[in-house]
Design a protein around this ligand. Structure first.
Ligand code: CP
Length: 306
């Protein structure tokens, strides 16, 4: 069976623990051994939407495991521009590689590709739907900071309506016991109602607030998100909320000493630059962990044990 990574909802707790363990193992390997693991394998990236971290960290992960990378990030340089369909593109490029990484603006695009392709497909973000490698790297980062992913107070803040990373992270952290959640956002950017219930119709347990200062004082992890301008149908609606939530160093004076600020990045205005110099800033370590977790994801997808 091929090993796609399409949605965090396809994984159970044991799967997630396996990825966390694999990332830790990869991180501890000697460089020479790591460089031999995926020699001869090719990763093909199809990025129909912009990306810095996801694209480059998958590339770095593949190269640091000894593999090769090819692909496109500018659709206008491909035959899609001439009218070639998404599925024909997938069925074409799968002949050149061993694993596909796809980012697309349409929800469900990665799943569609996985159904059509004989190669493992890794979802690098499909619209507002899923970004599973981001969720796994977020969990790995929490594990690195706290030595565990349970028994934590987690505040998810900012754009909770359009942020695909928030939905996935919330659901995943709920698999682990003792986690408590505060969802902090302007009224207009609250988590959509349909995401507030599990598959059995039970309401998920969390507190909703728009008081960021109070939430900052009581959490172990403050997970900030960008207001996603590109997802707003109405620019005026974006203008109304864009500067409502800005975290600065002064707001962190009442934070717990060990509290970590995370962010999937890119940030726009929501974390002031003076936060970077505080011991709470965790988002660049999160970036570094992203490459490690994506090494684990590639090994898992290609069925290679370290
Ligand atoms: N976090 C994240 O997905 O960043 P990019 O959009 O730069 O890949």
């Amino acid at each position: 069976m091929k090993r796609d990574l399409i949605s965090i909802n396809d994984l159970d707790r044991a799967d997630i623990e396996r990825y966390l363990h694999l990332a830790a193992v990869v991180e501890g390997l000697p460089r020479e051994h790591r460089l031999s693991l995926l020699r001869g394998f090719i990763l093909l990236e199809m990025f129909f939407e912009p990306s810095t971290r996801t694209k480059l960290s998958f590339e770095a992960a593949m190269r640091r495991l000894g593999g090769d990378v090819m692909g496109f990030a500018d659709v206008s340089s491909t035959s899609v521009k001439k009218g070639e369909t998404f599925l024909d593109t997938v069925k074409t490029v799968e002949n050149y590689a061993d694993v596909l990484v796809i980012r697309h603006s349409q929800e469900g695009a990665a799943r569609l590709a996985a159904q059509a392709s004989r190669l493992p497909v890794l979802n690098a973000g499909d619209g507002t739907n899923q970004h599973p490698s981001q969720t796994l790297l977020d969990l790995y980062t929490i594990q690195r900071f706290f030595g565990r992913v349970e028994g934590l107070r987690i505040c998810l803040a900012g754009d909770l309506k359009y942020s695909r990373t928030v939905f996935s992270l919330l659901k995943t952290l709920m698999m682990f016991p003792g986690n408590e959640f505060v969802l902090c956002s302007p009224e207009a950017l609250r988590v959509p109602d349909y995401l507030k219930y599990d598959e059995d119709g039970h309401r998920l347990s969390f507190v909703e607030t728009d008081d960021l200062a109070a939430a900052v004082a009581h959490c172990d992890v403050l997970y900030m998100t960008r207001i996603q301008r590109e997802r707003f149908g109405d620019v005026l609606e974006y203008e109304r909320v864009k500067d409502v939530f800005v975290l600065d160093a002064a707001m962190l004076r009442h934070a717990r000493p060990h509290m970590k600020v995370m962010h999937p990045l890119p940030r726009v205005r929501e974390i002031a630059l003076d936060v970077d110099a505080t011991p709470h800033a965790g988002y660049f370590e999160q970036v570094a962990n992203g490459m490690t977790m994506r090494q684990a994801i590639l090994l898992e997808a290609l069925g290679v044990s370290p």
